[in-house]
Design a protein. Structure first.
Length: 549
């Protein structure tokens, strides 16, 4: 028997308003409110959901942005960070690996990301994995792609896989295309998936066996990505730029070499259509079609970076700083750009690969307002976090999407979900809430409430009739009544198995800049124990906030 109990409705609020909001709000504005009704049918369930869409990125540089214990910024003062006196304060995930800072490890475990991507970003374009394995004292160095400095590789493949295993995350590895070779990429697959990082082609041996399955040992890597953002030209490193035909040639050779080692891996091609929202966002017009037509090796999924929004460039139209309320409204409508891009990619794929089902990954995304300009800090604001929540709702409702990784886990200036001391930012709280809600299956949900219009700002075009209240509903029937947290194996015990319980989780956002929402939540289910078939609950949601219920 499966039951849904009202007592399981819990509330966890995360405020999410842009920094520097308007200071001239009148008392009437502050007291304003609206009403909306959320209707959930807990018996009409859709497809399964997965924590793998609530992933994040880890860079290898700077001791994985100071994830490694004893790392000092730049690394020059700590060439063997993770092994010296400070390492005693850290935590080694396996023998021979660099120790991680305890407060950072605790924060990652609490976040429980469903996927982890490594070793960059753009830093993947100069990463040579062999330098980052083996005993720490004998590891090589690598180049920080932007600062052009050499750093000891104290956070390498072994540390990455051990951390992914520790938190139960799907690992994703991005191989080096601009400065790497097919041999290097295929040897990486062999070392990780076949030889347990004791590959004879590798310079040193690491005592971590990645061929066994969890728990207890790092897992093999199924998802591999062929380069990072090859459709863009990095102004600071123009020598890494590849023309579309050259990238396609190299990608073909790399994929064939990798699949010869392990034909079961899923290989992803990073692509972007010419336009995203209101703007052209590739340096090579026609890039996606040229590359997909010319890559002659099997491509298992497309890797997109289509959710760095609202992307206001250098401050706004004509260089004029947009009004905070207008900016907030555009940001709250920006997830519609992502939805439209997914639809355009479906059409594009069907045209070129009509016989192959489309699979997607979003290997980087996050709130991005400006780069090197006045609005940079908004990326780590609570308003940016609310945007992140809305994008995750879109991800959960995109059936082709297999995984997604926010940029990035920690530090990294304005982008980290937490600071280099493990202090959570707003995006961390959003991801933690979604990670816990991504269990079971989607439930049918509808909203009867107000809408809003938003102006064109940055990449986001003008939109009308965007719902003020957005909701994601999931139902999990995997646990038992009054049980501890859900187990991965929900098979019944030999005897005395208690009734199953439907756990309904709602993630609700109020996108109104000024008004609180007075919400009525109606949940219908025929399997509700000891109650009427419909539960009704009132909830007041403050302006520009979200809640997990």
């Amino acid at each position: 028997m499966t039951t849904l109990r009202p007592a399981q409705l819990l509330l966890l609020f995360f405020a999410a308003a842009c920094q520097g909001g308007r200071s001239d709000l009148s008392a009437a504005d502050a007291d304003a409110s609206f009403e909306a009704t959320i209707s959930v049918d807990a018996d009409v369930l859709g497809r399964s959901v997965s924590r793998s869409i609530v992933g994040t990125n880890i860079q290898w540089v700077d001791g994985a942005d100071e994830l490694v214990s004893g790392w000092s910024f730049g690394g020059s003062a700590s060439p063997l960070a993770g092994t010296g006196p400070d390492a005693a304060l850290g935590h080694m995930l396996a023998p021979g690996l660099a120790a991680l800072a305890p407060q950072m490890l605790r924060a990652v475990e609490e976040l429980a990301p469903g996927a982890l991507r490594f070793p960059g970003g753009t830093n993947a374009d100069v990463y040579h994995w062999r330098e980052g394995i083996g005993p720490l004292a004998t590891r090589g160095t690598g180049e920080h792609v932007f600062r052009k400095e050499q750093q000891r590789m104290v956070f390498g493949t072994g540390e990455f896989l051990a951390l992914a295993n520790r938190v139960g995350a799907e690992p994703i590895i991005t191989v080096n295309v601009p400065s790497g070779t097919p041999e290097e990429a295929s040897a990486w697959v062999r070392a990780v998936n076949v030889s347990g990082l004791s590959d004879p082609d590798a310079r040193t041996v690491l005592s971590v066996d990645t061929t066994r399955t969890p728990p207890g040992t790092p897992r093999r890597v199924h998802y591999w990505e062929i380069g990072n953002e090859p459709y863009l030209r990095e102004d600071l490193r123009p020598e890494l730029t590849l023309q579309p035909a050259e990238y396609a040639k190299r990608a073909t050779a790399i994929i064939k070499a990798m699949k010869a080692v392990d034909p079961t891996i899923a290989v992803g091609l990073p692509l972007r259509l010419d336009r995203l929202g209101a703007a052209p966002l590739v340096h090579f017009p026609g890039y996606a079609e040229i590359v997909l037509r010319q890559v002659s090796a099997p491509v298992d999924y497309l890797a997109l970076h289509n959710a760095y929004l609202p992307l206001v460039y250098k401050g706004g139209p004509g260089g004029v700083r947009p009004d905070d309320e207008d900016l907030f409204r555009a940001t709250m409508a920006a997830s519609r750009v992502v939805e439209a891009d997914f639809a355009a990619v479906r059409t594009f794929w069907k045209k070129l690969k009509p016989a192959q089902p489309l699979e997607l990954a979003v290997t980087e995304y996050g709130a991005m307002f400006t780069l090197g300009a006045e609005l940079d800090g908004y990326a780590s604001s609570l308003g940016g976090a609310l945007y992140l929540a809305d994008v995750l709702r879109v991800f959960a409702n995109t059936p082709e999407l297999k995984l997604a990784a926010q940029w990035s886990l920690n530090g990294n200036g304005i982008f980290g979900a937490m600071t280099v001391r493990g202090v959570p930012r707003g995006s961390y709280e959003v991801m933690r809430a979604y990670s816990r809600a991504m269990r079971g299956r989607l439930a049918r949900v509808s909203v009867d409430g107000p809408t809003f219009d938003s102006p064109a700002i940055g990449v986001v075009p003008a939109f009308t009739d965007t719902p003020v209240i957005s909701v994601l509903a999931t139902v999990d029937t995997g646990g038992a009544r009054d049980a501890a947290p859900l187990r991965a194996d929900s098979s019944p015990a030999a005897s005395g198995t208690p009734d199953r319980v439907k756990r309904l989780r709602l993630l609700i956002q109020n996108k109104d800049f000024l008004r609180e929402g007075k919400l009525t939540i109606r949940v219908r289910t025929d399997s509700l124990a000891g109650s009427e078939p419909t539960i009704e609950q009132a909830l007041v949601l403050a302006p520009a906030t979200g809640t997990k219920a």
